[in-house]
Design a binder for this molecule. Structure first.
Ligand code: B1M
Length: 620
């Protein structure tokens, strides 16, 4: 017995041993499951994420009930600091709250100069976080780590992701200034306040959804991510526990081992590789690397398999990760991570996952010696999503050669592929001056590179920034044509109303799809994020939409797609609906009655082209 109100002492002991470089007696499991706990207890989101007693006891009660080893507290880790800087929050009954950065906190240097550093003991929900962590220690004896929003991710929250990427290209000085401010005035004081407020505290863990591949390139990782994480550690007394462990993109690194070297430099206590990357790269390759370093290791089991997998699939994944993770001379410094039990995860699946862990520990190992992960493993769906962010495997698209074009159009094409907006603009003017028809400039020069860019993204050769930069260069060229197009009332290929569904604040994928559609000549009416059915229907009617496109990134918000499609049908609105987003599948699309499904941006464009053509031929 621990002498504390909640007894997690056995698991905590193992975790602490691993964090201090020692061997554990058994493989402990950590997780992220606040949303599941909230749903399981039937507590409203506003109450759960603003009352320390409700939040901490709610998490502990449910985690104790399901037999988890180590207390887990994950709040809306990406919004607390941005909220304290004046960002707007969106609150939901059954979901994590989230920052709504539709109106960004910072647009330029003036906005940055006006920003006030928050007081961690007073501002917004920073004191709530500190109090939750203090209470967790009081109730369990575990000085739970603080999760902070990593510098790049916080910059993306206060500026918006696309604007940040653009600024990295066009005004890197400003980005460095912003990152300095965020590290020195926001994050370091917040983390240092935590070290004072929670006496046994040792760990501050960065959450960084967009600070890694393929959201930024490897060069950007080196320039904008790593130095600021190092600086933050320095400002927090050089503690090894000030780290940032949840980078993605291992499967897209030129050289995964080099990428892991960087990961270890920002998270010296251990290497964490999580799904879908872990499954794609393969557990054995990661294990071999960790052996050469003698470092502690953690594998993360993906959200989707935990929510939707069969008992056999869940057990296979858990057992492979535990077996390979705990192999070899450093295998006792291994812990397992369940990436997330969402509100939609059936309680039975949580039991199956925890039971799989216990069976493995007890020696009941029906899949012993079997490896399912790795590049030659199973279809991408099994990797925790249908591709990863709509990106496939590298080899697929290599060697494609485009059609022959006139020199001027080829030059326009090349300028977009080289992200050179100024050159693109000059070339489009030259083409106009030499009498090339506007439609030809579009069809031969400006639109084709967007198809190529989409293909390169789908095959993993381009990352998100390259796609954004190409779209921007193309738009610069398009601006030259816009007055002529408007004057001639040139019709777009079709009108698409795009939205991320209610409850969901993810928009990077939707925006890429929107850009590709614009690049293909469609007019896109973008309703942004967190959008209700009524708004979508009203807009589709107003703009006479040819297609409605819905995006969702959370398994918890996917059900809104069904509701929206039902309402569209009830309204008698005859507009085809297409759906997409990481957790959405073709089967789900069929099931909710969508007219189409796009695995990635190029597929969404093809789909809209087909649906518009079908609509036209039906009307003829
Ligand atoms: Co979030 N997040 N996140 N997050 N985030 C996920 C989705 C998650 C899987 C990570 C994890 O825990 N393993 C998990 C969801 C678990 C679940 O499903 N229940 C998660 C969570 C839990 C959360 C929060 C709740 C975290 C918290 O607060 N504790 C919170 C939720 C807020 C909310 O929405 N209510 C949150 C917040 C954030 C950030 C703000 C930090 C950031 C979003 C920034 C932004 O969008 N402006 C973020 C990010 C970046 C991610 C990950 C890392 C990446 C998502 C992404 O942008 N992918 C994600 C992990 C993952 O996916 N593995 C994760 C890149 C993008 C290009 O891909 O959107 O799939 P994607 O788009 C592709 C295709 O899917 C397709 O084309 C695109 C390009 O090819 N496509 C379409 C997309 N839309 C389409 C529409 C179409 C057709 C095709 O037709 C209309």
């Amino acid at each position: 017995m621990s002498g504390y109100e909640y007894d997690f002492s056995k698991g905590i002991k193992q975790y602490k041993a691993i964090m201090s470089g020692q061997d554990a007696e058994f493989i402990p499991v950590t997780t992220q499951m606040a949303e599941f706990c909230m749903k399981h207890l039937g507590i409203n989101g506003k109450k759960f994420f603003s009352d320390p007693e409700v939040f901490v006891r709610g998490n502990l009660d449910v985690q104790q009930e399901f037999g988890l080893d180590i207390p887990d507290m994950v709040w809306d880790v990406y919004s607390v600091e941005a909220e304290a800087l004046g960002g707007q929050m969106a609150w939901f009954d059954e979901l994590y709250p989230a920052l709504d950065n539709t109106v960004p906190v910072i647009r330029n240097e003036k906005d940055l100069a006006r920003l006030k550093a928050p007081d961690p003991l007073k501002t917004a929900r920073m004191p709530w976080v500190l109090e939750c962590l203090r209470l967790c220690e009081e109730l369990t004896g575990f000085p739970h780590h603080i999760h902070y929003c990593a510098p790049i991710n916080l910059a993306a929250q206060v500026m918006q992701f696309e604007k940040l990427i653009q600024a990295m290209q066009e005004n890197p000085k400003f980005v460095h200034k912003l990152l300095d401010f965020l590290v020195e005035e926001v994050l370091a004081p917040y983390i240092n306040a935590y070290f004072k407020y929670v006496p046994g505290a040792e760990i501050a863990n960065g959450k960084d959804a967009v600070g890694s591949l393929p959201f930024i390139t490897e060069d950007m990782v080196h320039e904008f991510s790593v130095p600021y994480l190092h600086k933050l550690r320095k400002l927090c007394g050089d503690r090894p526990g000030v780290r940032c462990d949840n980078w993605w993109g291992d499967a897209f690194a030129e050289n995964a081992e080099k990428y892991w070297d960087i990961k270890l430099s920002v998270t010296p206590q251990y290497l964490k590789v999580q799904d879908p990357d872990c499954f794609r790269v393969g557990t054995e390759r990661v294990r071999a690397y960790a052996d050469t370093k003698g470092c502690a290791l953690s594998f993360g089991v993906g959200t989707l398999i935990l929510q939707k997998g069969t008992p056999e699939q869940i057990t296979q994944r858990v057992h492979e990760y535990m077996e390979v993770g705990s192999r070899g001379p450093h295998g006792k410094k291994f812990f397992l991570y369940f990436c997330s039990f969402s509100a939609q995860t059936p309680a039975e699946n949580v039991r199956i996952a925890v039971d799989a862990v216990k069976r493995f520990r007890a020696g009941d190992r029906p899949y012993a010696g079997q490896i399912f992960s790795g590049p030659d493993g199973v279809a991408p769906e099994a990797a925790g999503g249908k591709g990863f962010m709509g990106i496939g495997v590298k080899a697929l698209g290599e060697g494609q050669k485009g059609p022959e074009r006139k020199e001027i159009f080829q030059n326009i094409f090349d300028s977009v592929m080289e992200f050179d907006g100024a050159r693109c603009e000059t070339l489009v003017r030259q083409a106009l001056d030499s009498g090339e028809p506007v439609q030809e400039i579009l069809d031969q020069g400006l639109i084709p590179p967007m198809g190529k860019v989409g293909d390169l993204f789908a095959t993993g050769e381009f990352f998100v920034p390259e796609m954004l930069m190409a779209a921007r260069a193309m738009k610069t060229g398009l601006e030259v044509l816009r007055p002529i197009l408007t004057q001639r009332k040139t019709k777009p290929k079709g009108v698409v109303v795009m939205a991320t569904v209610f409850g969901d604040l993810h928009d990077i994928g939707k925006n890429l799809v929107g850009m590709m559609l614009e690049g293909a000549g469609f007019k896109v009416v973008d309703l942004g994020v967190n959008t209700k059915a009524e708004k979508i229907i009203e807009t589709a009617k107003q703009v006479n939409a040819d297609v409605i496109g819905l995006s969702a990134l959370l398994t918890t918000t996917m059900p809104f797609m069904r509701i929206i499609i039902q309402k569209i049908k009830e309204e008698g609105l005859n507009v085809p609906v297409i759906v997409g987003g990481a957790p959405v599948t073709r089967d789900f699309a069929n099931d909710v009655g969508a007219n189409g499904y796009g695995d990635n941006a190029p597929e969404a464009v093809e789909l809209c082209q087909r649906l518009v053509a079908e609509g036209k031929s039906a009307a003829a």
